[in-house]
Design a protein around this ligand. Structure first.
Ligand code: SIN
Length: 155
């Protein structure tokens, strides 16, 4: 468990009341990841939602080359900065990570159990609404960033 006060410092958790923050804090843990540590892999079941407290994390995507596996490439697709969330597939069906995540500097990270979070959402519709609203915002920002990258690649 972590302190609810820790979550309160981050805008993502702004919409939640005391009781809701306490419930989230109860299913969360803090850990340290050394630079280079793999946090999760692409296609792995999404068992946690993560909040980066300190350090940096890179998201990567593997291009699938079915017939020529040797030409498979790993592309960086985004950087996570302190205060940002990652592993949002923990809340999105089919609950599998769509990228890998790796610490690129020594990092402090909060890990929120996905099954616990989904149970909280199922039991508290208002909390579920706020959580999904926040997650939608994160995804919209990622989409905007991806469009800029795509436009740059085509320019
Ligand atoms: C994922 O959750 O599918 C990958 C990481 C992220 O976009 O937050």
């Amino acid at each position: 468990m972590i302190s609810p006060e820790l979550l309160r410092r981050y805008p993502f958790f702004g919409p939640f009341n005391e009781a809701q923050l306490r419930e989230i804090a109860m299913i969360a843990d803090e850990f340290e990841a050394e630079a280079g540590a793999q946090i999760f892999d692409e296609q792995q079941p999404a068992e946690a939602l993560y909040l980066l407290l300190e350090g940096s994390v890179e998201l990567t995507y593997k291009s699938e080359e079915e017939y020529h596996p040797k030409t498979r490439k790993v592309f960086p697709v985004g950087d996570i900065n302190p205060g940002e969330l990652f592993g949002v597939s923990a809340l999105i069906d089919p609950y599998k990570y769509t990228t890998a995540a790796r610490a690129t500097a020594n990092s402090r990270i909060v890990k929120i159990d996905a099954a616990g979070l989904r149970a909280l959402v199922a039991a508290d519709a208002q909390m579920g609404y706020e959580l999904m609203r926040q997650v939608a915002r994160v995804i919209a920002e990622r989409l905007a960033y991806t469009r800029v990258q795509l436009a740059a690649a085509w320019a």
